[in-house]
Design a protein around this ligand. Structure first.
Ligand SMILES: *[C@@H]1O[C@H](CO)[C@@H](O)[C@H](O)[C@H]1NC(C)=O
Ligand SMILES: *[C@@H]1O[C@H](CO)[C@@H](O)[C@H](O)[C@H]1NC(C)=O
Ligand SMILES: *[C@@H]1O[C@H](CO)[C@@H](O)[C@H](O)[C@H]1NC(C)=O
Ligand SMILES: *[C@@H]1O[C@H](CO)[C@@H](O)[C@H](O)[C@H]1NC(C)=O
Ligand SMILES: *[C@@H]1O[C@H](CO)[C@@H](O)[C@H](O)[C@H]1NC(C)=O
Ligand SMILES: *[C@@H]1O[C@H](CO)[C@@H](O)[C@H](O)[C@H]1NC(C)=O
Ligand SMILES: *[C@@H]1O[C@H](CO)[C@@H](O)[C@H](O)[C@H]1NC(C)=O
Ligand SMILES: *[C@@H]1O[C@H](CO)[C@@H](O)[C@H](O)[C@H]1NC(C)=O
Ligand SMILES: *[C@@H]1O[C@H](CO)[C@@H](O)[C@H](O)[C@H]1NC(C)=O
Ligand SMILES: *[C@@H]1O[C@H](CO)[C@@H](O)[C@H](O)[C@H]1NC(C)=O
Length: 468
């Protein structure tokens, strides 16, 4: 009898412990009710589908296990709240008071939720001050305009703000956000900011800023970006798809010696690749795609030892283009190059032995006549795109044999004549060998050799006979 009680007690302890480990201790009631109130508000004000989230008013339900909710394991307080991306009918104002019960929240993801404004009919602009520990706020892809800045400026614990793809415009909001002194990341991409970034005296407030994304805005004059020089410590800078009517202020960019990620794509950037980019030796990512660059890779790109990703897609390179400066970049994983015309000829001497192992290689419109021989030594490829070249002979199924992780192989618009299935079974998912000169019977063992295939395009060839 006594033994049984003892066993029973232990069992209970084991269950409590297990429950704790697995997060069965329930969330706090105040927050569960507040989540239900938030859902009810969203449903009534914007016509969201009632079934958009698993959130319920069942008092036995543990809100820490609800969709979009992350709790602190010990306190069971809500630390992360994400509304998901529900279908909504109308845009609506977000009543910020509804967030006050979550005063331990660190991260709020309210992206893509149909909000066109914020309000708090009790506390006004100071509303977000209540969320003392809020670090990350994601409002991207709503319809918010500049009227939200006074609310944001009260959330002084913020380190990270995503405001991409909203309806903001005018000048860069330095003054508006001047109380956010520990801000590290600011994403303003996809808005219509066009005024100058000229409040130099106020930049000290943003001195902690490490990442700034201004992609896809309306800055029309490069002069407007000159003041970026007061942010020399940036590590990540997005200046892609700006509607410049002059050259990019490259000398300002090249002074940011801590840059790790730089996106200058889509800017009608003309001339040679700027030499000074080769001095940014902390760069991990460099995107120069969709510009009108000519010439060759500067030889000092050989000192970009941290480079992992380089995109030179969709530029105006002509003539011989050498990849030689990239030879010793041991960390390089992604290499993308193409020319708007097929005027570029990528040099691929058979003796070239680069020291990197790529996972992605894209060489389109490069006038290649054979598969570049350096690819023979690549063993970790995940995506290979050699489309729109002039490569003839056998479909390089050896790429499958060498690269067990290969998922995508694009060989369309070349002059391949022979397709022999690999003798191995491979997990390739996408294969495009359309618009080539392959004749004969369609390989009939394709289903056995490539059982994971999701998309295959073999059209515009000279196959005969039955489709297996
Ligand atoms: C829970 O919500 C449903 C649907 O809105 C409602 O019909 C029900 O009365 C609520 N139950 C409680 C206990 O509030
Ligand atoms: C979780 O809450 C406890 C107790 O309030 C706190 O000490 C701890 O720092 C919190 N953990 C995290 C990851 O915030
Ligand atoms: C906003 O939410 C608060 C807290 O739930 C509530 O007291 C207030 O009435 C709401 N305001 C409006 C206009 O719905
Ligand atoms: C900005 O959004 C607020 C809230 O939706 C709205 O009242 C205001 O008219 C908008 N301002 C402009 C200039 O569109
Ligand atoms: C910004 O900081 C100033 C000075 O500390 C303060 O007076 C002001 O109320 C703050 N603004 C907001 C919106 O919190
Ligand atoms: C910014 O855009 C607005 C609206 O399109 C326009 O009225 C204004 O003149 C532009 N400002 C600058 C500096 O280009
Ligand atoms: C770059 O190529 C495009 C498309 O072929 C052409 O329209 C543009 O004028 C070229 N730019 C330069 C600077 O050569
Ligand atoms: C690569 O490194 C080797 C030896 O470490 C050196 O001889 C060669 O010049 C370097 N190549 C480039 C393009 O930097
Ligand atoms: C096919 O590749 C050639 C270059 O080899 C190019 O001129 C042509 O535009 C490409 N066709 C398509 C449809 O991309
Ligand atoms: C297949 O390839 C042909 C020729 O390259 C192209 O026109 C067609 O759009 C492709 N079909 C699909 C479904 O991708």
């Amino acid at each position: 009898m006594g033994g049984k009680v003892f066993l029973g007690k232990n069992l209970i302890w084991v269950m409590i412990l297990l429950g704790d480990l697995h997060g069965y201790k329930s969330c706090i009631e105040k927050e569960r009710n507040a989540l239900w109130e938030l859902k009810t508000y969203m449903v009534s004000s914007s016509g969201w589908g009632l079934d958009f989230l698993t959130w319920t008013n069942d008092t036995k339900s543990d809100c820490c296990r609800w969709e979009g909710i992350k709790c602190n394991r010990t306190s069971r307080r809500v630390m992360g709240l994400s509304l998901g991306k529900p279908l909504f009918l109308d845009s609506s104002l977000l009543n910020l008071s509804l967030l006050h019960p979550f005063d331990d929240v660190r991260s709020l993801d309210l992206s893509d939720s149909g909000f066109d404004g914020l309000f708090d009919d009790v506390e006004g602009y100071t509303s977000l001050r209540r969320l003392r520990n809020l670090e990350i706020l994601d409002f991207s892809s709503n319809q918010l305009n500049n009227s939200i800045f006074p609310f944001l400026n009260a959330a002084t614990s913020l380190t990270t703000i995503f405001l991409g793809y909203n309806k903001m415009d005018g000048s860069f909001p330095v003054r508006e956000l001047n109380n956010l002194t520990i801000l590290e990341l600011l994403d303003l991409s996809g808005n219509s900011f066009n005024g100058s970034i000229s409040v130099r005296a106020e930049f000290p407030h943003l001195k902690m800023l490490k990442a700034l994304n201004l992609n896809d805005n309306g800055f029309s004059s490069p002069m407007e970006l000159q003041e970026l020089k007061y942010l020399p410590n940036l590590e990540v800078l997005g200046l892609a798809y700006l509607e410049f009517d002059g050259p990019i202020p490259i000398e300002v960019v090249c002074k940011m010696k801590n840059l790790q990620e730089l996106d200058l794509g889509g800017n009608n950037f003309v001339g040679q690749i700027p030499l000074c980019l080769g001095s940014l030796n902390k760069l991990r990512l460099l995107d120069l795609s969709s510009n009108q660059l000519v010439g060759n890779l500067p030889s000092n790109f050989g000192s970009l030892k941290s480079l992992e990703y380089i995109s030179l897609l969709d530029n105006n390179f002509t003539g011989l283009f050498s990849l030689n400066p990239l030879t010793n970049l041991t960390k390089l994983k992604v290499l993308k190059l193409s020319s708007t015309s097929d005027m570029v000829q990528v040099e691929t001497e058979s003796t070239w032995q680069p020291k990197f192992q790529l996972s992605v290689v894209v060489l389109q419109f490069c006038s290649l006549e054979k598969v570049p021989s350096f690819l023979v030594d690549q063993k970790k490829l995940w995506l290979v795109d050699l489309s729109s070249n002039k490569i003839s002979g056998n479909i390089p199924t050896w790429l499958l044999e060498n690269n067990p992780e290969l998922e995508v192989l694009q060989l369309n618009n070349n002059s391949f004549t022979i397709f022999k299935m690999p003798t191995i079974v491979h997990s390739l998912m996408v294969l495009d060998f359309s618009a080539n000169d392959i004749s004969g019977l369609f390989p009939d063992n394709i289903g056995c050799a490539l059982p994971n295939m999701l998309h295959m395009n073999g059209s515009d060839n000279g196959f005969q006979g039955n489709f297996p």
